[in-house]
Design a protein around this ligand. Structure first.
Ligand code: CMX
Ligand code: CO
Length: 141
């Protein structure tokens, strides 16, 4: 089951400047920085103010680190902005992806890849999701 919005992915040209915008404008201070070589991004996860129910949600700011990364291609075409939405799963991410694939939606990876903070991720093709690049996230236990 998809149980929450895990994060919204936002593509940017300057990660540090964009983090500073979210810090100074909204007061989001809980930031996790990471480089994901496979995805070709440097990223910051900003935790949305905690409600204490355990279901934290995040903004994922992503800046490309290579010209051939999907985010670099997207930025060149669209400029900065919302790049993807990520739903959290309550179980195995690949079971979820397989179930969605059976409904005729293209899943981008044959097996889950590594996402932020040790999560397991996969993506659904935006052209099969009414224009929204959709990520599935299974949080590290
Ligand atoms: N949202 C909505 N539509 C998108 C899109 C996005 N993020 N990225 C591409 N598209 C659309 C394009 O506009 C284009 O549509 P048209 O043909 O109508 O112009 C079509 O999809 C094909 O796009 P493209 O620019 O030719 O790009 P590619 O097909 O080479 O790649 C995709 C698209 C989704 C397969 C690729 O971006 C991908 O593999 N994404 C998954 C990985 C990723 O995005 N990683 C970064 C985030 C990492 C993380 O979240 O941790
Ligand atoms: Co993401």
């Amino acid at each position: 089951m998809l149980t929450r919005i895990d994060h919204i992915g936002i593509a940017c040209h300057d990660l540090d400047a964009t983090v500073e915008f979210y810090r100074s404008t909204y007061g989001f201070t809980d930031v996790h920085f990471e480089v994901n070589e496979e995805q070709g991004v440097r990223e910051a996860m900003l935790k949305i103010n905690d409600t204490g129910d355990g279901a934290a949600s995040y903004l994922q700011l992503i800046q490309p680190i290579r010209e051939d990364s999907p985010v670099a291609k997207w930025l060149a075409k669209n400029g900065e902005g919302v790049h993807h939405i990520a739903f959290g799963t309550d179980g195995d991410v690949q079971d979820e992806a397989d179930g969605i694939a059976a409904k005729g939606v293209r899943v981008l990876y044959e097996a889950p890849r590594r996402g932020s903070m040790g999560s397991r991720i996969n993506f659904l093709h935006p052209k099969d999701c009414h224009g929204v690049l959709t990520e599935l996230v299974e949080k590290k236990a």
